[in-house]
Structures are given as structure tokens and as C-alpha cells.
Design a protein around this ligand. Structure first.
Ligand SMILES: Nc1ncnc2c1ncn2[C@@H]1O[C@H](COP(=O)(O)OP(=O)(O)OP(=O)(O)O)[C@@H](O)[C@H]1O
Ligand SMILES: [Mg+2]
Length: 378
């Protein structure tokens, strides 16, 4: 069985030549946790993963597995002594070997007795629901089954940490959903500490205990999926997760501990906030999402319908504000949309989240301009 290890980065920095691609990341992953590393392309996810595996040295900072220092100023434990297994996007299976031989390959290299090899191969294939597939060749398997063989091979090595770098990127949408369940099951059955790199937030939300969001080499936030979605701490996370729009608002009144009445986009709405949000403030930033907007008979603000898309379970309506045509917002509607393109509708704000002030911000904060998602990664 696997005995999981915790992973602790302290101020980890990685430079290639003079480019800093990971900047002072401090991250604590408890033993046995399933953590997703989420962020746009090029933000440093794979580099961070490679530092855990030992394929990259660290320029600064330390890395511990439990109490054991594995990387630091004068320390670099080689990959083979770290007890870490990696699953890549390309399954990296030997085509001339059977499934059983692929899974058992690392055990053979280590010279384990044949009986133990056999038992471990059987156990590993069971963990990924591939019992009875020992004799098949990789060529005779589906993409999802090949990825499960790669997972079984890593399980057979009994690693204390399992790293996965976008393992579903090559699979189609339907297969992805069933593989998400496979990864969750694998995690439950093995109890391994898992770090799963993806730029797909839906994938991260569906599987992870906690999500660590990265941007431009920095760690922005670490939180459980529901928390990250409902109460992002930073503007970048609010935009990246759930496609939030950030608009400026005025806090007019404290409704109760976690709610404030705000004036925003020419209308008034009750939205969520941290308990310590001020009762009144001239400027604050409000995160709006498609499911927090609704069509209204009266009140709200006026907007023109730009696009209307039937999505099956819901419809997505894209509108621009009459008062600020540069600002487009999306609404998800459960009824079939009445959305005639070009028509004028009224939109009410049914939910929103006031972003907490950054710790450095005082009363005399500069007003924050209204932003659009296009500027999110600028
Ligand atoms: N060996 C290297 N030498 C120089 N630069 C590198 C090297 N490896 C990665 N980089 C740069 O470091 C940055 C982060 O790369 P990394 O592969 O970690 O990103 P990522 O978040 O995994 O992106 P993606 O989602 O596209 O896989 C990129 O700008 C990349 O070009
Ligand atoms: Mg990558």
C-alpha cells in the first residue's frame, strides 16, 4: 500500500537564464490530499511539478516531503530517491509490451521477486478497473484505457506522491468525464498525495480537495473548490474561475454580517461580502457571474441582447449595458430565452460577491476601473 507524504514549498523560486518562471511560491499540501494546480498556459505549473519530482533544481527556497528536506540551497535529492510517480499527457507506454508487462516494468527493473511482481500488477490493474487486461497490447486499447494503464503502472511503484500533468488533455469530452471518476477512485483507493496540473477549471473543481491557482509564476490562492468559486479573494481568481466580471460599486448599507446593499450599474442589489466588509464605502469591486443575473420586469438595469445560445439545460444570453455599451455581461437562464438579438431587456442582480480589499489598501484607495475578461491575463 501507499504511505502518503505531505509536500511543503517554502518561498520556492525557479529561474531559467534570467527569466523567473516560479516566484516565491509557498504551498502546503497535507499528506493524502488531492490538490489541483490550476492556471493559464505558461504560468509555471509544469515547472512546479518538475521541482516536486526532482527533474528541476530550485533557484531559491526549500521543498520538504514530511520532515524530509528534498530540495534546498545545498540539497537536491535525485528523482529516483523521492518516491514520486508521474503520469503524463502522453501515456508513454511500451507498444511492444502487454498491459501486464508495461505495469510490471518498473518492478522488473527493481528486481522484485516474480510472485510479488504478479501480485502488484494484479492489484494495480484492479485499482483502475482493468482486471483481466494483462495480455492486451496498448494498441488494442482506447485512449482512456491507455491512460488507466499508465495510472496502474505508477500505482504499482507504490509512490508516496503521485503527480499528474494534464493527463486528460488528449481525450475527448465524454472520456474525460469518466476518467475524472477514475482519478477520484484511484485517490480514494490508494490514499496517495496527488498533485494534478490542469488549465481546465471544471476538471479541477470536479476532482480536487483543494485548488491552488497560479498566474505568472505566482501562487494567487489556495482553497476548496466551492470556496474558491463562491468567495474568491483576488480579482484575478474571480475572473479566471467561473468567468466572473468585475465592476465597480458603492457599498450603501450593511444588511447583515455577510451581506451588503450596493449601488452598481445604475441599480441597487443585495450581494455577499466578508463579515468585515465596511458598511459604507465609495468604491468597492463586485464580482458578477452569469448565474447571479436574471431578467426582470421592473428594476435592474437596461441592456441590449447581443447573442442568445441554447445550451440544453440552460440558455446563455449575452447583453451589453445601455448605460455602458463597452460592458457586456452573460446571463444563464433556465427557461428558453425570449432573447431576440437587438431587443432591450431589464436585468436584475440576484447574486454578487464583494471582493475583499487587498491587505495594503486603506481608506484612500484609488478607484478601480471597470474591467473586462479580455484584460484578465494582460
Ligand atoms: N527549460 C526551460 N528553459 C527556459 N524556459 C523554460 C523552460 N521550461 C519552461 N520554461 C518557461 O517557463 C514558463 C513556465 O512553463 P511551464 O511549462 O511551467 O508552464 P505551464 O503552466 O505548465 O504551461 P502549460 O499549461 O502550457 O503546460 C514558460 O514561459 C516556459 O516557456
Ligand atoms: Mg504544463
Amino acid at each position: 500500500m501507499i504511505s502518503p507524504a505531505s509536500i511543503r514549498f517554502t518561498a520556492a523560486t525557479k529561474r531559467f537564464a534570467d527569466a523567473e518562471v516560479v516566484s516565491s511560491v509557498s504551498l502546503d499540501i497535507p499528506a493524502g490530499e488531492f490538490t489541483a494546480l490550476l492556471g493559464p498556459s505558461g504560468c509555471g505549473k509544469t515547472t512546479l511539478l518538475r521541482m516536486i519530482a526532482g527533474f528541476e533544481t530550485m533557484s531559491e527556497g526549500t521543498l520538504h516531503f514530511g520532515d524530509r528536506l528534498v530540495a534546498g540551497a545545498a540539497t537536491h535529492v535525485p528523482p529516483e530517491d523521492r518516491g514520486v510517480a508521474i503520469v503524463f499527457q502522453s501515456y508513454a507506454l511500451w507498444p511492444h509490451m502487454s498491459v501486464g508487462e508495461n505495469v510490471g516494468y518498473p518492478l522488473r527493473v527493481r528486481g522484485l521477486p516474480r510472485a510479488e511482481q504478479k501480485a502488484r500488477i494484479a492489484e494495480a490493474l484492479l485499482a483502475v478497473d482493468l482486471e483481466g487486461f494483462e495480455a492486451r497490447r496498448p494498441a488494442d486499447l482506447s485512449g482512456g484505457q491507455r491512460q488507466r494503464v499508465a495510472l496502474a503502472r505508477c500505482f504499482a511503484m507504490e509512490p508516496s506522491i503521485v503527480l499528474l500533468d494534464e493527463p486528460l488533455a488528449n481525450l475527448d469530452v465524454h472520456l474525460r468525464a469518466s476518467m475524472e471518476e477514475t482519478f477520484r477512485q484511484f485517490h480514494r483507493r490508494t490514499g496517495a498525495t496527488m498533485v494534478y496540473v490542469t488549465h481546465d477549471q471544471a476538471e479541477a473543481m470536479a476532482m480536487a480537495d483543494r485548488i491552488a491557482v497560479m498566474q505568472k509564476g505566482r501562487l494567487l490562492e489556495v482553497a476548496a473548490p466551492a470556496e474558491l468559486y463562491a468567495r474568491p479573494r483576488t480579482e484575478a481568481v474571480a475572473r479566471f474561475v467561473g468567468n466572473g466580471r468585475i465592476v465597480e460599486c458603492r457599498i450603501a448599507e450593511r444588511v447583515d454580517e455577510g451581506r451588503r446593499r450596493v449601488e452598481v450599474l445604475g441599480t441597487s442589489a443585495v450581494v455577499r461580502s466578508t463579515p468585515d466588509a465596511p458598511a459604507r464605502a465609495e468604491t468597492a469591486r463586485l464580482c458578477l457571474r452569469a448565474e447571479g443575473l436574471a431578467l426582470a420586469e421592473t428594476g435592474g438595469f437596461e441592456a441590449r441582447v447581443l447573442a442568445s445560445t441554447f445550451k440544453g439545460a440552460y440558455s446563455l444570453l449575452v447583453v451589453e449595458l445601455l448605460a455602458a455599451p463597452a460592458l457586456s455581461l452573460s446571463l444563464s437562464l433556465h427557461a428558453p430565452t425570449p432573447g431576440v438579438i437587438g431587443s432591450i431587456v431589464r436585468v436584475a442582480i440576484t447574486d454578487g460577491w464583494i471582493l475583499p480589499l487587498p491587505p495594503s489598501a486603506g481608506a484612500a484607495r484609488q478607484p478601480v476601473p471597470v474591467s473586462t475578461p479580455e484584460s484578465a491575463d494582460a
